[in-house]
Structure formats: structure tokens, C-alpha cells
Design a protein around this ligand. Structure first.
Ligand SMILES: [Zn+2]
Length: 88
């Protein structure tokens, strides 16, 4: 499921919800490396670009390869984001 197209004008990726190892749901582009820690950050176009070695998104939240998974409808519901216009 995805929320919107990546706002980067050179990128055609889609912004998808992702469950991090800590359990926090963040938004990440499936093409470039942009991550939005919260929905508010996405609306304000305040992204971060996690990178080696810590892949940090915010304190205590990281997207180290192999530690996260794309979110399901249930994950999004639990995160309080089910009211958004998710596309299948
Ligand atoms: Zn992107």
C-alpha cells in the first residue's frame, strides 16, 4: 500500500508505510532513500535520508537494511494512520 508519489521531482517512487525494528511506523519512498519520520513531516516535506552506519531516522528509530518491513493495513491502523487515502 502507498500514500502518495515521491515529492522529489526527479524520482518516480511511491511513499509507503514501513514498520521499523522498534515498532514505529514511518513513511519511506520505495525508490529513493527519503524517509519521513511522521505524517506531519511528510506534509511539511521534511524528509531525512538515513545512511550507514546507524541508518537513524530519529532517536531510537532506524531503517538498517534487513530490520524493517513494509506495513500492512493492520500496522497502519495501529499507528493511527488508517484515516488516510491509502492506495493498494
Ligand atoms: Zn523518492
Amino acid at each position: 500500500m502507498w500514500l502518495d508519489e515521491c515529492p522529489s521531482f526527479w524520482d518516480e517512487g511511491r511513499v509507503r508505510p514501513l514498520v521499523t525494528e522498534s515498532g514505529k511506523v514511518v513513511l519511506m519512498c520505495d525508490s529513493c532513500s527519503a524517509v519521513w519520520p511522521t505524517l506531519a513531516d511528510f506534509k511539511e516535506m521534511e524528509h531525512v535520508e538515513p545512511d550507514e552506519p546507524d541508518w537513524a531516522v530519529t532517536a531510537g528509530v532506524h531503517v538498517r537494511p534487513g530490520t524493517f518491513r513494509w506495513a500492512s493495513e493492520r500496522d497502519v491502523e495501529v499507528a493511527g494512520m488508517s484515516g488516510l487515502k491509502w492506495r493498494p
